[in-house]
Structure formats: structure tokens, C-alpha cells
Design a protein around this ligand. Structure first.
Ligand code: ADP
Length: 163
């Protein structure tokens, strides 16, 4: 069985992420979306919230599952016999860092990294930009799924009320 992983923070999941996951699901028998637990980086959504959103938004893709991981991605891959990491490349600026990561991961375990070129519709899109624009009232509809947009606006409103 050909297995791949699509790793990331998904805080929150965007249409750019979903485009890569759905394209990977057409190439591999099984795709695991792996939500990184990063204790050093503050996130807007909890890991459980992010997993729930991803499960909902990928429910129509039979061969996609969602898990979280902590530590090295290559260890996650080894434990599950996953041989490929699929990443979206948005712009040349992504490339430098992604190449380093890919080479390090290959050195560690021979897990291969495959780059999928971003759908031009989403080439400027990142979770951080979506959050920033939404924080200041900008319209991010169409960039994240509708239910994610609702959750995002609710979360930002909650934060505003607390501050
Ligand atoms: P971001 O805040 O940049 O969205 P993530 O860590 O959630 O960060 O992204 C995980 C991975 O998803 C990225 O490394 C990249 O491979 C892919 N990705 C993110 N945004 C896009 C996009 N707009 N188009 C294609 N791939 C993307």
C-alpha cells in the first residue's frame, strides 16, 4: 500500500491545504494528515479543534485520515510505514527551507518528500495571513471552508471579549 503524510499546523485549515490533501489522495492509497503539536508556538485553535475541522473537511475523501504528532515527522512515518511526505510549494520563498527539511528527513530515514505546486488560486494563502486579515475585519471568505470561517470568526470574537 502506498502511504503518504501531509504535515502541518493547520491553524486553521485553508483551501490551499485541502487542495494539496485532495491531490495527494488521488496519487496514494492512504494519506494521513498529521497535525503538528508544537508546544513552543502559540496556536489559535487547539489540536483537537484542528483535527475535528480537518476530519470534517476531508470526510468525502475515503482514503484520508487525520492524526496529530509530536516530535520528528520521520519517526511518525517510520512507525506507520509511510514512505512519502507530500508538501505544497507556494512560491520560491518556500523552497529554501523545504529543501533543507526534505534533505534532512531523507538523511535521517530515507523518507522521500514530494512537492506539489500550489494551485495558483491559493499561492499567496497561509493560515497566518488568514488569521491576521480576519483579526482586522478583512474578508477571508472563499479562502477557508465556510464552517471553518464561522469557527474562526467565533474564536476571534471570543479573544476580543477576553482582552
Ligand atoms: P501555513 O501557516 O503556512 O498554512 P502549515 O504548517 O499549516 O502552515 O502548512 C502546512 C503545509 O501545507 C505547508 O508546508 C505547505 O506544504 C502546505 N500549504 C500551506 N498553505 C498552502 C497553500 N496555500 N497551497 C499549497 N500548500 C500549502
Amino acid at each position: 500500500m502506498r502511504k503518504a503524510v501531509c504535515p502541518g499546523s493547520f491553524d486553521p485549515v485553508t483551501k490551499g491545504h485541502l487542495d494539496i490533501v485532495s491531490r495527494a489522495s488521488k496519487i496514494f492509497d492512504e494519506v494521513t494528515v498529521a497535525v503538528l503539536i508544537n508546544k513552543r508556538k502559540a496556536s489559535l485553535f487547539t489540536v483537537d479543534e484542528r483535527i475535528e475541522m480537518l476530519e470534517r473537511e476531508t470526510a468525502h475523501l475515503d482514503n484520508v485520515r487525520v492524526e496529530s504528532f509530536y516530535g520528528l515527522l520521520v519517526d511518525f512515518c517510520l512507525e506507520r510505514d509511510i514512505k512519502a511526505i507530500v508538501k505544497g510549494l507556494r512560491a520560491i520563498s518556500d523552497f529554501d527551507y523545504e529543501l533543507q527539511m526534505a534533505q534532512m528527513n531523507h538523511r535521517l530515514t530515507e523518507v522521500e518528500t514530494l512537492f506539489v505546486s500550489t494551485n495558483p488560486l491559493y499561492s499567496y494563502l497561509s493560515s497566518s495571513l488568514v488569521k491576521e486579515v480576519a483579526t482586522y475585519g478583512g474578508d477571508v471568505s472563499g479562502l477557508v471552508p465556510d464552517e471553518v470561517l464561522t469557527q474562526l470568526l467565533e474564536k476571534l470574537a471570543q479573544q476580543n471579549n477576553q482582552s
